[in-house]
Design a protein around this ligand. Structure first.
Ligand code: GLV
Ligand code: MN
Ligand code: MN
Length: 412
């Protein structure tokens, strides 16, 4: 009997990933494909064309989440959902997100090639704006789909060019007006997302496939520190309200707040905007981002809730405003999906190990809606959110074989 894994094509999958990597290619083998941009649309059109080659149905929802559906023998059965995202970090790699979409497409193409009809439909989803690189926060598409946050909450969020998420989404939906529109939200039978690990554990252990047990929690804050602009040569230091100096004090205090000898609590300031951003003027305002992560909900709550007071106490001359705009609680994934993936790995002859996810994923927001799981493939040297991100074609194919086998089992 042909198994779905037998007809997974390593070369087709790799060629597709490399075709998409050209859309937004940046030096060093990286990709910059902002969500809802013309490049994102071009990548989606390519994926849609491949989906139509196997007779799959394509639709989008109000959040511009893209769905590709391969019918099952029971039209009334709830579908098994798989997928990930197609947007990238501004200086991202070729695999973060897009691998899960192309692996899902490869899995249903392998089923098609093997002539296997599952009982349940299988749907491949490309969630809108997982990265939050253009419009913060990330995971907007999955949060809206899951009913976690209404789309309107982000309508006024601006990208670095000043374009609002609401305007970009409207433009995008108009450009895809030829695609059938489906309601936002659904109740899949199960959700299984394939992704690169983005960390070093699988490579270090010499393992083919990671079976994800849970996803740590993340909180994002944006901090605005307001002072007063002044002449860099004439304003006495003692009279200045310099928000850059106060930001340095605040970050030093936050480093102390988040110091963790076990290196479990992760604190990152990844974005700093200085106004007016000129060498010879004391700044009037700085804005910076905070990304805070921990697998334990209580620690994430306690530490995150202390951020505003820590900043205020550290300031010498300026005032601060702290806003939280993303909170993904730590989740455990569904044991039956974990067991299905582990058994599928054995059936495919691939070595698997269980591990938690340090990155957040759309899967985090699917957890309350459907039994959810994830599988990881190794990342070379654990590098991700970096143009050098790499997973070899054979490693990507191994993950997709386990995905195809798992989807077939979940959809049987
Ligand atoms: C996802 O991109 C993350 O930042 O974890
Ligand atoms: Mn990702
Ligand atoms: Mn990412």
């Amino acid at each position: 009997m042909t198994r779905p894994a037998d007809t997974v094509s390593e070369s087709r999958q790799w060629d597709r990933l490399m075709t998409l990597a050209r859309l937004g290619a940046i030096p060093g083998d990286g990709v910059n494909r902002p969500c809802l941009s013309p490049l994102d649309r071009a990548a989606r059109r390519q994926v849609i064309a491949w989906a139509r080659e196997i007779g799959a149905e394509v639709s989008i929802d109000d959040a511009a989440n893209l769905f590709i559906r391969r019918a099952g023998s029971d039209p009334d059965a709830a579908p098994v959902l798989t997928g990930s995202h197609m947007d990238s970090q501004p200086e991202g790699g070729r695999f973060d997100g897009i691998y899960g979409v192309i692996a899902g497409l490869e899995a249903i193409t392998a089923l098609h090639d093997a002539g296997i009809v599952t009982r349940r439909p299988i749907e491949v989803v490309a969630w809108t704006n997982e990265e939050g690189g253009r419009f913060a926060p990330g995971c907007m598409g999955s949060m809206a789909w899951a009913g976690h946050t209404p789309l309107s909450a982000w309508a006024a969020v601006r990208d670095p060019a000043g374009i609002t998420f609401g305007a970009a989404l409207a433009e995008h939906l108009a450009a895809e007006a030829d695609l059938p529109r489906r309601p936002l939200g659904s109740r899949p039978h199960a959700y299984l997302e394939a992704h690169i690990e983005q960390g070093p554990m699988l490579e270090a252990a010499g393992i083919d496939v990671g079976v994800v047990t849970g996803i740590q929690g993340s909180r994002w804050f944006s901090v605005t520190i307001t002072g007063a602009s002044a002449h860099a040569g004439t304003a006495p230091v003692g009279t200045r309200q310099d928000p850059v100096q106060d930001m340095l004090r605040a970050i030093a205090a936050l480093n102390a707040l988040t110091a963790d000898p076990t290196d479990t609590l992760r604190f990152t300031v990844g974005r700093i905007d200085v106004l007016p951003n000129t060498s010879n003027t004391v700044a009037s305002q700085v804005r910076f981002s905070i990304d805070l992560r921990h697998p334990d909900r209580a620690i994430l709550l306690r530490t995150g809730d202390a951020i505003a007071a820590t900043i205020t106490a550290a300031l010498k001359t300026c005032r601060a405003e702290v806003q939280e705009h993303f909170h993904a609680i730590p989740v455990r994934v569904a044991p039956p999906v974990v067991e299905t993936v582990a058994a599928a790995a054995i059936a495919c002859g691939h070595r698997a190990m269980r591990l938690p996810s340090g990155a957040f994923h759309d899967a985090q927001f699917v957890v309350p809606i459907a039994p959810t799981g994830m599988l990881f493939v190794p990342s070379r040297a654990g590098i991700s959110h970096n143009p050098a991100e790499y997973t070899a074609p054979a490693q990507l194919a191994a993950g997709t074989r386990v995905l195809a086998e798992s989807l077939a089992r979940l959809a049987s």
